[in-house]
Design a protein around this ligand. Sequence first.
Ligand code: ATP
Length: 299
Amino acid sequence: MIQLYIPLNFLGVIYREIKQALTDMDRMFSLLDTDKEVADIPNAKPLQIANHGRGPDVRFEHVSFHYDQKREILRDVSFNIPAGTITAVVGRSGAGKSTLARLLFRFYDVQSGQILIDGQNIIQVTQTSLRKAIGIVPQDTVLFNDTIGYNIAYGNPNASIEEIHEAARAAQIDGFIKRLPDGYDTQVGERGLKLSGGEKQRVAIARTLLKKPAMLIFDEATSALDSKTERAFQEELLGLAKNRTTLIIAHRLSTIIHADQILVMERGQIVERGTHAELLTANSHYTEMWQMQERAILD
Ligand code: ATP
């Protein structure tokens, strides 16, 4: 009994940490399948996406949410991500940005309001179909002690070698891999080659591309990038978002200039929304955030 208890408890700890970090969470769900907070309703139907080649329409309608009854985290949040477009969420640390992503992935159920994907309330569809439709590029990617090819294919165990190479090319990491002595068979992780933060994120992008999700959640890393890497990264992001509905949790404002819509969050509410040009007006929170970020770069 004790023997059984300890590993399960340990898995529970890992699971909670992963849930918090938005890290490779879809895979962990299938491994653990122990979520007690959300459950499929009887006769839940698979999520139907009208046009997979464009991505679905996503809608948050009057969503309120708390982790703990004493503190409301989201208050009456409503927004729409039209099919095939990019919405970026910005705001101070703790404003509730990642919580939006956790709710969309249905780590937790909303306490009031609803989240609709192509008109279907996500609490009425199967969790498996919902999570299959969403790809997540996390802030920090977990690499397994295996080959780099395995690490890319991890999103899709049935992927062919050609598909793995194609995803790596699209994520702009194919050239790097080919220059390694053992190419795609190079061991990475704790006991192998250590990858930089940028290289790891490219592995995550390739993984997500292999999954071919209709929706994408991009949890941008907080770490600063040099301007050349940042430009390359913006291009990758736009490539990845093409033909799918995308939510970016943004920490660097420069990466989201091209978003179709930017939501500015403050203490669980959307206080401003619009494009970059629309939001850059006198006295906006957004303008203030830009000025702060520019000052931080100059310091
Ligand atoms: P950051 O930019 O720092 O990642 P964020 O805007 O993404 O912040 P969230 O992670 O959505 O913020 O968190 C919003 C609030 O909810 C924070 O005050 C946080 O402490 C709280 N919170 C997050 N996860 C939990 C949890 N599992 N249980 C209780 N409170 C939580």
